[in-house]
Design a binder for this molecule. Sequence first.
Ligand SMILES: C[S@@+](CC[C@H](N)C(=O)[O-])C[C@H]1O[C@@H](n2cnc3c(N)ncnc32)[C@H](O)[C@@H]1O
Length: 354
Amino acid sequence: MSTMQERLFEIAVNSVISNAINIGNRLNLFKTLATFKTPILPKVLAEASGCKERYIREWCNCLACGKILEVTEDEKFYIAPENIAALTSDDYPIISHGMMITLLEPFEDLLTCFKKDGPHGLDYSKFGKFQDFMGNLSKSLHEKHLFTDFIDSLGDGIREKLETGIKVLDVGCGNGFHSSLLAERYPKSKFTGLDIGEDAITSAKSRKRTDGRDFENLDFVQCNASFMPENWTETFDLVLIFDACHDQMRPDLCIQEIHRCLKPTGLFAMIEMLGTSNIYEDREMLGLPATLIYGASLFHCLPVGSNSPDALCYGAMWGKRRAVELIKSCGFGKVDTVDTPYFPLNVLYLSRKN
Ligand SMILES: C[S@@+](CC[C@H](N)C(=O)[O-])C[C@H]1O[C@@H](n2cnc3c(N)ncnc32)[C@H](O)[C@@H]1O
C-alpha cells in the first residue's frame, strides 16, 4: 500500500472508532463502565446500562480493537485508569464525536447542492438534531469560562453594568444556553434571545432556572436577525453573538440591525470561529484542528448560509479580515479583535458605534 492508501485506511478506521465513541457517550456506557473497579463481562455492563448484551459486546469489541477500552484474555473489559477522566467527562474532546452524525443527516441533499443546477443550500430544518448537539457543544466549550474570562474580555465595566442592570440581546441564541446562564447569574439585567429556528426557540423557552423557577428576566423571540422588531431601535446596552453570524444567509443585514438596535454607547460582542480569511495561513496556524471547523462549515454552516440567491455564503472560516471589513461596513466606527484562548478555536470581536 502507498503511504496515502495507508493514511486513507487509517482515517476510515478512526471514523469507525469516533462513531463508536459517540455511542458510548450518548448511552453513558463509559460512565457506567467506569463505576466498576475490576474488568467486567459485557453482560454486566449491559445489565448496569439497561442495554442488550449482544450490542454491548460488539461495542466493547470494537472499542477494544480501537484501543479506547482495555480487554483481558478472558474477554472482560475496563477503562485504563489514566483514561477514565477523558472518557467520562462532558468536555468537547468527547462531545465532538457527535458532530458528524448530526451534520450528515441531509448528506444526499448536500451532494445535490454541489451541482451547478442543484439547490443553493439547505434549510436548518434538515438538521433535526442540530440544536441539541450545538447546545451540548457550546456548554462543553464555553460554560467554564463564560462568567470569568469571557466577561473580563468584554472590559468596559461590563461586569459591573450586568450586576447593576442592563439590556442584553443574544442573536442566534440557539437553545438559549448562553442567555439562560447569564440571566440566572445577573438577575437585575434583562436578556432577550433571538433565533430564526422554531425548534431553537421552543427549546429555549422551556428553560428553567437551576432552582426550577421560571425566569423573570429572560425572553426568547423567534425572528430573522436580518429584520429585528422596529421598536428595538437603540434599545440594547450589549448585543452578543455566539458562533451565529457566519451561518446566516445575510450576516450584513444582521449586523446593520444590531447597529440600529444598540444604544449609542452600547457594545457589540461577537464570538466567532478563529480564522485568518486565508486557508494557507489557517492551516499553518491551526494545523489539523482547522479541518474540524472547515468540515463543520462544509457539512452545515456553508449550506445553511447559502440557501437563497442573495446569500453571502461565508462559511465558518470567513476569518478576521472579512469579519472586520463587514462590521465596519455596517456602520461600526471601532472594531477590536481579542484573542480568547479560553474558548478553543474562537476569537472575539468587540465593536462600538464611535
Ligand atoms: C451555530 S448555531 C449557534 C447557537 C448558539 N448561539 C450557540 O452558540 O450554541 C447558529 C444559530 O443561528 C441561528 N440563525 C441562523 N440564521 C439566523 C438568522 N437569519 N436569524 C436568526 N438566527 C439565525 C440558527 O438557527 C442557530 O441556532
